[in-house]
Design a protein around this ligand. Structure first.
Ligand code: GTP
Ligand code: SPV
Ligand code: MN
Length: 602
């Protein structure tokens, strides 16, 4: 379990890779004075270091070794059962004023917060090893690439960071000697893994993050949500680019024409699956490749948006992953994978709800308790995850390391909506697209603690990840649009609409290619659309449904239907949402809502 484990003593040559930069040394010294670890382990990201840390983690039961034949070089980690997902209620943006954090963030005054956290961190690493993890976010030769250092007392965090980021020597070299160089300071301590002492705090002005009391995912892999999105979005506005919760995929037609698409779906709403999609047989010759599965950093060049994936691995939802739903993910996690909170079979393989084949007759559930198919509890936690290097992905896009990024032809928004939202529609223009993103909603999922299945507004899938005032974020989107001479087209999709009897109307997964195909046709100007009040909607005859099984014409009509009554409620929910944000929403977006309402009347 990811409860604190005692200090480890590495042999000479491991853990002693001290960087030369004085600013880093001073900061580490300061944190050492405060937390008083037994020793300091300076990570270099080498194979040898990784082997040593895995061996120590196995000894200390931080990891469980899996069957070498069935899951080569893969391990299982069990987190504390009180610590299984992001904690939005304990996540804070600590800007000098509350207004800078805005109406959607928890705000906490920086000086007070530093002092509270210092109190919690005082002596917190006694008897433990303090790891210093250097890493970069972004391809090595991208102008957007950022350097971070994470201090942590969790080996699981170190091992995960090595998968999820470009970690070690590469960051130390890039930073060099300049004590004024820009880099992110991240401090993480498990403390006693107690939800009452769990705080994820961001100090955008200081480019600093402090996370205490958790050992799980986005709470503690400070590169990901904390740096790449919350601090990242703050820097992006200042520096004129975009940091978004978006997958990036490439889609190539049979004649070899390639487009790149970025898509923002909230947590556990299908980004990883969409990014690795395998087109159905009917789409022979089409190919989808993955640039990223969770985060896109985008900048403007030649009037277009160009995107890079700042990450180096995937931290993906496990339940539901199978050779049927996502064969490329299954191949990616065949080896070199760090699993968290899945079930363990009697032959030391991993299992989860939705995996191919029959469930095992006996297994140990994610907590380590006996489990059989008759058990009431789930074998794998609904937010159980895999961390796997992106190199394992058989459809990794060849341009993933390209520092210039890939040119984005379309941006897609989408969420889990059982009603109202049709399968796909297109915004009239950038400003309307910004409105569609800003008013997006989705049912909550197990990716964050709290109720599951409740519809909430989640602008651009960034509600939990925007590191500054959401009104300024909307403004930044509008301003970005003005700078684009060839803006991507903007779409909204919904894979999750349900029939009256509560079943998904759309088969999803690989069949989402049919929707992607229409989107590409629109980008190429090859196909028309129905002009509706909410945007350009796909006509039934323009969606390639060849060989699609199990969807009746009636279901298709339902999927594409715009129900005026549902939309009256939707529009009034948009208004309520904007009202709840106070006066920060740009007036252009209020105007968009008025136009939308008016189109329904005309
Ligand atoms: P995060 O890693 O939390 O950001 O999640 P994500 O957006 O990458 O979602 P992911 O692709 O991991 O999918 C989350 C859940 O949605 C999984 O259980 C999937 O099986 C399910 N899912 C993904 N795509 C579809 C789809 O097209 N249709 C349906 N019905 N379910 C889907
Ligand atoms: C998400 O919740 O959007 C994730 C998982 O990608 S976590 O890294 O835990 O935030
Ligand atoms: Mn995510």
């Amino acid at each position: 379990m990811n409860n604190p484990a005692p200090a480890i003593s590495p042999p000479a040559g491991i853990g002693d890779h001290k960087p030369a930069n004085q600013a880093v040394l001073d900061w580490v010294h300061e944190v050492e004075q405060l937390t008083q670890p037994e020793n300091i382990f300076w990570c270099d990201g080498s194979e040898r270091e990784n082997d040593f840390l895995i061996a120590e983690s196995l000894k200390q039961n931080v990891l469980i070794r899996l069957n070498e034949k069935k899951a080569p070089r893969s391990y299982l980690h069990r987190s504390n059962p009180n610590d299984v997902a992001r904690v939005e209620q304990f996540t804070f943006i600590c800007t000098p004023t509350k207004a800078e954090a805005g109406p959607t963030n928890n705000w906490s005054e920086p000086a007070e917060t530093y002092s509270k956290l210092q109190g919690l961190l005082k002596g917190a690493m006694r008897g433990r090893t303090m790891f210093v993890v250097p890493y970069i976010m972004g391809p090595p030769d991208s102008p957007l690439t950022k350097i971070g250092f994470e201090i942590t007392d969790s080996k699981y965090v170190v091992l995960s960071m090595r998968i999820m980021t470009r970690m070690g020597e590469i960051a130390v070299k890039r930073l060099g000697h300049d004590p004024k160089a820009e880099w992110n300071r991240g401090v993480h301590s498990l403390l006693d893994v107690n939800p009452e002492r769990r705080f994820i705090c961001h100090f955008p002005q200081d480019n600093a993050i402090i996370s205490v009391g958790s050992g799980y995912g986005g709470n503690v892999l400070l590169s990901k949500k904390c740096l790449a999105l919350r601090i990242g979005s703050y820097l992006a506005r200042k520096q004129g680019w975009l940091a978004e919760h978006m997958l990036i995929l490439g889609v190539e037609s049979p004649v070899g024409k390639k487009h790149y698409v970025a898509a923002a779906f909230p947590s556990a709403c299908g980004k990883t699956n969409f990014a690795m999609l395998i087109p159905p047989k009917h789409f022979a010759g089409w190919k989808v490749t993955t640039v990223g599965d969770d985060i896109a950093w985008m900048q403007i060049r030649d009037g277009r948006l160009w995107a890079v994936n700042p990450e180096n691995g995937y931290f993906g939802v496990v339940p539901g992953t199978s050779c049927k739903s996502n064969p490329n993910a299954m191949k990616s996690i065949e080896r070199d994978t760090l699993y968290t909170n899945v079930a363990l079979t009697d032959d030391s393989d991993v299992w989860w709800e939705g995996k191919d084949g029959a469930p095992p007759k006996h297994a140990f559930d994610w907590r380590g308790n006996d489990w059989t198919p008759d058990s009431k509890e789930k074998a794998a936690h609904p937010n159980s995850r895999f961390a796997t290097p992106m190199r394992n992905n058989p459809v990794l896009d060849p341009h993933v390391e390209d520092g210039n990024g890939v040119p984005i032809s379309a941006i897609i928004f989408g969420g889990r909506r059982s009603d109202t939202m049709p399968l796909v529609f297109q915004a009239f223009d950038w400003e309307h697209g910004t409105y569609i993103g800003a008013t997006m909603a989705s049912e909550t999922t197990a990716a964050a603690t709290g109720a599951v299945g409740q519809v909430r507004r989640d602008p651009m899938a960034m509600l939990p990840f925007c590191g500054y005032n959401i009104g300024d974020y909307f403004r930044h989107w509008l301003e970005t649009g003005k700078r684009l001479t060839k803006p991507p087209l903007i779409f909204h999709v919904n894979w999750f609409r349900k029939s009256a009897d509560g079943k998904f109307l759309w088969p999803g997964f690989g069949d989402n290619m049919r929707v992607l195909g229409w989107i590409i046709d629109r980008c190429e100007g090859r196909v028309g659309a129905n002009e509706s009040a909410i945007g350009h909607i796909s006509r039934l005859q323009d969606l390639d449904l060849g060989e699609l099984r199990g969807v009746t014409p009636n279901q298709m009509r339902e999927l594409l239907n715009v129900n005026a009554e549902e939309w009256q409620k939707e529009i009034s929910d948009h208004a309520k949402f904007f009202e709840s944000l106070g006066s920060v929403v740009p007036k252009e977006l209020d105007k968009q809502r008025e136009n939308l309402a008016a189109r329904f009347k005309s």
